[in-house]
Design a protein around this ligand. Structure first.
Ligand code: MSP
Length: 509
């Protein structure tokens, strides 16, 4: 792998249903990290896509009275559109029904077989179609209302008995535990890591990796009766999308980060590294599991009818506002509650008051008093330096927080800079200086423009449109900038031509 390459992935989304806020959440988080890495000039690969095989999808197509292939083609477009709606900077969109993906999956299957990791037997046990997962007897309970047997997810299970190929997962228990020990950052956050380790310590059974009672899947090599278990098929997307089995996949592999929801951590942190180690492929560097959103305090579910459509929120409040809210409102890894009231509070306080006001008042003063033109700085005074050199310190903190996927702390870091800038404005009162010390006023305003530029660069991964708009107002564009511009004396010798400000964030009454 290239040393400064950065490969980040979302889970691939099931096409049985339309995109909702949960999908948007994971995708936005990945996008932020991808954009940050690009601004650091890392060779970045951001992957998302759709998971299109398995019984759940076949049943959804039937329910919609559609041919399965036509159904997945149509539903996949909805997720492709989501990448546009969310302004995602993904470099590729993988689909598991594409030929390159099927080829890569069969290739892995053959390696596992050659490595004596697969055998034929009979599966007898519980299966949840909604989770596309197998369950042991001791994981099944009875739903109080429906009286049906359910998995820990609350989804119904059915009894399955069929011929199946098995993967020798049980052989990997010790090796996985050893792998977690040697790679302490493999699973985040820490609380989830402990859960995974406990699960593995409790013992691993061999895993059924093929099905025979339906056909919507990738055919098992040399045995047409079987299709591959959809999770094996799906996980392989992370390799097929970057060219595997062609050696060029090593340009990006091992992936730096798979971001997933807490419900699918086991597949990524247990099965996936076991499959990979068994196929002599290096596991990814890190898996991070985020929490789940509720809607105004209630579990989001189709049957309750309270699914949040990201499109509607964006139409009402704007995309960058949604991106900001999702990452600021709860620490990544925790569950969070989506409420319009808290979204509106964030808009009024963090965005309109803190950031909006800073930009608005500085741009307005410059336009009113200097006709939009600010000459280069004459003299950096001691009491300017604290603010002037703050961005580079903030960047160090930001980077540490991104490395731990602590997005809310990154935002706190940026807001520390914004509030210091607002304080500097109040203390130096440029509107007073203009009266008798115009040169000093110009220096103060220039320093503030530089800080606003740096705030915009730091904020760009999270709020790309807002940041680019602000940069444009001061005659800059992100296309010519990078995180290197946060450094010490960048922009010091620049004069600026400032455009008239417009209100960036409208307060909500
Ligand atoms: N197809 C599998 C993933 C295969 S990856 C090799 C899958 N797809 S999914 O469409 O059901 O879910 C995708 C993601 O959405 C999961 O990470 C899941 O955690 C997330 N969310 C679904 N509902 C959610 C919320 N209410 N809140 C936050 N995220 C949620 O699983």
């Amino acid at each position: 792998m290239n040393n400064n390459s950065f490969f980040i992935t979302t889970p691939i989304y099931y096409v049985n249903d339309h995109p909702h806020i949960g999908h948007a959440y994971t995708s936005i988080a990945c996008d932020v990290l991808a954009r940050f890495n690009r601004l650091k000039n890392n060779k970045t690969m951001f992957l998302t896509g759709t998971d299109e095989h398995g019984l759940k999808i076949e049943q959804a197509a039937k329910k919609n009275k559609m041919n399965t292939k036509e159904f997945v083609d149509q539903m996949s477009i909805g997720f492709k559109n989501l990448t546009k709606i969310l302004n995602l900077s993904n470099d590729f969109f993988v689909r598991t029904t594409e030929e390159y993906h099927k080829k890569a999956s069969r290739h892995i299957w053959n390696i596992l077989k050659k490595n004596n990791q697969i055998y034929l037997d009979k599966y007898k046990g519980w299966y949840s179609v909604s989770d596309e997962a197998y369950f042991n007897d001791n994981e099944i309970t009875i739903d109080k209302v429906t009286k049906k047997k359910i998995a820990p997810s609350g989804n119904e299970v059915e009894w399955v008995e069929e011929e199946s190929y098995f993967f020798k997962l049980s052989e990997w228990q010790e090796k996985l535990l050893d792998f977690y020990k040697k790679n302490p950052d493999f699973i985040g956050p820490k609380s989830r890591k402990n859960e995974v380790i406990k699960f593995v310590e409790s013992g691993l059974n061999d895993l059924s990796i093929s099905r025979t009672t339906f056909s919507w899947g990738i055919e098992v090599p040399d045995d047409k009766k079987h299709v591959m278990y959809v999770w094996l098929d799906a996980l392989i997307n992370y390799l097929s999308a970057i060219g595997y089995p062609n050696k060029k996949y090593k340009d990006y592999w091992p992936a730096n980060l798979h971001i997933v929801g807490k419900d699918i951590l086991r597949f990524h942190a247990v099965y996936w590294p076991a499959f990979l180690l068994a196929a002599d492929i290096e596991p990814p560097k890190r898996i991070f599991a985020h929490g789940w959103w509720t809607n105004e305090g209630k579990k989001i579910s189709k049957s309750i009818g309270n699914v949040i459509n990201p499109n509607e929120i964006i139409k009402e409040y704007g995309l960058d506002t949604l991106r900001f809210f999702l990452l600021k409102e709860v620490p990544f890894g925790n569950d969070g509650d989506f409420s319009k009231k808290s979204l509106e509070t964030r808009i009024n306080n963090d965005l309109a008051n803190d950031l909006g006001n800073l930009v608005q008042r500085i741009l307005t003063i410059i336009n009113k008093n200097f006709d939009g033109k600010i000459n280069k700085i004459n003299n950096l005074k001691d009491n300017d330096k604290e603010l002037y050199y703050l961005p580079e310190k903030i960047l160090i903190e930001i980077e540490e927080n991104y490395n731990k996927q602590e997005f809310h702390k990154v935002i706190e870091n940026i807001w520390k800079l914004i509030s210091k800038a607002n304080k500097y404005v109040d203390e130096n009162a440029p509107w007073e200086l203009i009266k008798n010390e115009k040169n000093r006023a110009e220096d103060v305003l220039n320093i503030l423009i530089i800080i606003i530029a740096k705030i915009s660069i730091l904020l760009f991964p999270i709020m790309p449109e807002v940041s680019e708009n602000i940069l444009n107002k001061i005659g800059l564009t992100i296309k010519n900038l990078s995180m290197n511009d946060i450094g010490k004396d960048n922009f010091l010798n620049l004069s600026f031509k400032i455009k008239k400000p417009e209100i960036i964030f409208q307060k909500i009454e």
